[in-house]
Design a protein around this ligand. Structure first.
Ligand SMILES: C[S@@+](CC[C@H](N)C(=O)[O-])C[C@H]1O[C@@H](n2cnc3c(N)ncnc32)[C@H](O)[C@@H]1O
Ligand code: SF4
Length: 405
């Protein structure tokens, strides 16, 4: 069942949720806060984010207040269905949350923790663009309860940063990483591989630099050429050439080798951590299909099998909440086969793998024979991807689904 949320189904006045939601008090609960602002839009990015001339009258200065209204609505809605779970992780993502003053992020966190109980060891992360942060910024975050930062480094190679339209230079990155570490935050960096013009040696330089930072967590993403982006137009015009699949695969294998050599082990297709304790608890909550409320324009929520999503533009988001209307504009309650497919797609991404009750044993054996699933794990009833399997995860999911018993 999917469609526009009927007006009045989730009014702020009484906070009703879509029919049939029965939260399970044992499922961990997370909060995501979307901050939809960027100084400039990188040519490859299609996230829900706005530069200052795209804001149509909505104001960054009052953003925290508007999110505060949705926090009250969420409290009311969850209390109505008897849900009093504590928050186990909080993640500020974007956009660029750190375009707001650190005090504004702390104020939103304060509002959240005044309204929801938080677990004693709550993980609180913000994404950050290296251009927007310094020691004082990090110190304010730490004093305000943040525990972790995820820095958008992308590359340390100047021509790659230029193709990606990044505004920071390579020299700035190591200083920002050092400042973040000195503040006491757990530090993760995001890097991207497969940028047009990037060679295997360029990518090795970035990986070596990242290993040199001696961090406990790294996310390495294959660049996706998103439809409708400036990068896609440049490729279509022939200004830059996309990286081919073979080089992408070589780059992924190099990432696993270099990060592994630096003491970081993969635990999700695009994520490496020093120990199980330094994995991103928030992202694990998504991959394990836990529950979360997504605050902010365009944010998605997932509670007890139901999903809904907010209006995308910050101006409309603000208007709706100020008029005491729900910001949600669509919802979906996936049926059992759709939920099982999702569990398979998400669970297979993890090094922990997943158990699968109705798996066709012959196909599992075929996938082991093809070198895509780990034999030992499969014999114990767990589906875990090999390195080759990680590169062909979509194919593994398709083969398992098509041959379901
Ligand atoms: C919201 S951004 C992180 C914070 C900040 N906006 C920044 O870019 O520094 C999230 C991450 O998504 C990744 N990303 C965005 N667009 C991507 C694309 N088209 N392909 C692969 N990764 C992408 C980047 O690595 C980026 O760091
Ligand atoms: S990658 Fe980050 S900084 Fe660049 S446009 Fe996307 S959200 Fe903004």
């Amino acid at each position: 069942m999917a469609g526009p949320l009927p007006e009045g189904l989730m009014p702020s006045a009484d906070g009703r949720l879509p029919e049939g939601i029965v939260p399970n008090s044992q499922t961990p609960f997370s909060a995501y806060v979307h901050v939809p602002y960027c100084r400039v839009r990188c040519g490859y990015c299609d996230f829900n984010t706005y530069t200052s001339d795209e804001l149509r009258g909505s104001r960054r200065e009052t953003y925290g207040e508007t999110v505060g209204r949705e926090i009250s609505l969420a409290r009311k809605s969850l209390t109505r269905v008897g849900d009093n779970r504590a928050v186990s992780t909080v993640f500020f993502g974007g956009g660029t949350p750190t375009l707001l003053p650190a005090e504004s992020l702390v104020a939103m966190l304060d509002e959240l923790s005044a309204t929801f109980e938080c677990e004693a060891d709550v993980e609180v992360t913000t994404e950050a663009n290296p251009d927007t942060v310094d020691s004082a910024y990090f110190d304010t975050l730490v004093a305000g309860g943040f525990t972790r930062v995820s820095l958008g480094v992308q590359s340390v190679v100047p021509h790659v940063l230029a193709t990606l339209d990044r505004t920071h230079d390579a020299e700035r990155i190591s200083g920002v990483v050092a400042a973040a570490k000195a503040s006491g935050l757990a530090v993760s960096v995001d890097v991207i591989f497969g940028t047009p013009g990037e060679t295997l040696d360029d990518w090795r330089r970035t990986l070596d630099a990242v290993v040199g930072f001696q961090l406990d967590h790294v996310s390495a993403y294959a660049l996706i050429v998103e439809a409708g982006t400036a990068l896609e137009r440049r490729i279509r015009r022939g200004d830059v050439a996309p990286v081919d699949d073979d080089l992408h695969a070589d780059m992924y294998e190099l990432a696993d080798e270099v990060l592994g050599g630096g003491g970081l082990a993969w635990y999700e297709i695009s994520n490496w951590a020093r120990t199980p304790e330094t994995r991103s608890k928030h992202n694990l909550a998504y991959w394990r299909n836990h529950d979360w409320w997504g605050f902010g324009p365009g944010a998605h929520s997932h509670i007890a099998g139901a999903r809904w999503w907010n209006v995308k533009h910050p101006a409309e988001y603000q208007q709706r909440l100020e008029a005491e209307k729900t910001p949600a504009v669509g919802y979906e309650i996936p049926d059992a086969p759709a939920r099982e497919l999702e569990r398979l797609m998400l669970g297979l991404r993890l090094s922990d793998g997943l158990e699968r009750a109705q798996t066709n044993q012959a196909e599992v054996l075929a996938l082991v024979r093809d070198g895509l699933l780990i034999d030992e794990a499969a014999q114990g009833g767990q589906l875990v991807l090999t390195l080759a399997g990680r590169l062909r995860a979509d194919e593994v999911v398709r083969r398992l689904v098509e041959t379901d018993d």
